[in-house]
Ligand binder design. Structure first.
Ligand code: CDP
Length: 215
């Protein structure tokens, strides 16, 4: 039987990760956070003392990406910082970086690990490029201020000096770069359902997402 695929796209801190994880738990599907792959490429470049805008360094890191690293606690923590997020959006604009990790993402959707009957992938281009034939597609968004505030609350527990204004600037810079890049820009697929979570609690957003997937 063909495996089910649910594509969840949207801008930074829109709540797509939380919703995708909860949907995966609900349906007992495998979950892939594709943003973590771009963050891992960027962090590897930074850890090697290289610059994220150094194309050949980024492409090498993408080709040699070791998924096992994603679960190493120190590496996983460093993935979440705003610095890594911004660097991720720089390496993600490079077509050869995207090409290097495309097959692994498609493979995850077509053959989910652990014998799961379906997969949920979240990112920017899942419904448009990675899994254009996904069974269901959601595009999760929220107003930039709301997204920045959510992300700031998440990150300030680890870095008390972080300001809301700097997180908002980061979110807006990434939105602009992700939307305007030539290769696989962030875009709502024509057949994706739009869900604005600005005025919804996590529970309300989950109920709305579930209704769209089940509908
Ligand atoms: O969690 P958050 O929404 O802040 O970002 P993320 O999903 O971890 O993605 C980090 C960056 O990776 C994004 O700003 C994009 O530039 C890039 N990305 C992408 O280009 N394509 C994807 N499918 C996922 C992420």
């Amino acid at each position: 039987m063909a495996k089910k695929i649910i594509a969840v796209d949207g801008p930074a801190a829109s709540g797509k990760g939380t919703l995708a994880r909860r949907l995966a738990a609900h349906f007992d599907y495998a979950y892939l956070d594709t943003g973590a792959l771009y963050r891992a490429v960027a962090l590897t470049v930074i850890n090697n003392g290289q610059d994220p805008s150094d194309t050949s360094a980024a492409v090498t890191a993408a080709r040699e990406l070791d998924m096992a690293q994603l679960t190493v606690p120190d590496f996983a923590r460093a993935l979440r910082t705003t610095q890594t997020g911004l660097a991720a959006s720089i390496v993600a604009a490079e077509p050869d970086v995207r090409a290097a990790i495309l097959a692994a993402q498609r493979q995850f959707g077509q053959t989910p690990p652990d014998g799961k009957q379906g997969a949920i992938l979240d990112g920017r281009d899942i419904g448009t490029v990675v899994c254009p034939n996904a069974d269901k597609k959601l595009f999760i968004t929220a107003r930039a201020h709301v997204r920045a505030e959510r992300r700031w609350k998440e990150l300030v527990t680890q870095d008390a000096r972080l300001t809301l204004a700097s997180v908002l600037a980061d979110v807006e810079a990434r939105d602009a770069r992700d939307t305007n890049r030539a290769t696989a820009p962030m875009k709502q697929a024509e057949d994706a359902h739009l869900l604005d979570t600005s005025d919804l609690s996590i529970e309300e957003a989950f109920a709305a997402a579930l209704a769209l997937v089940d509908g």
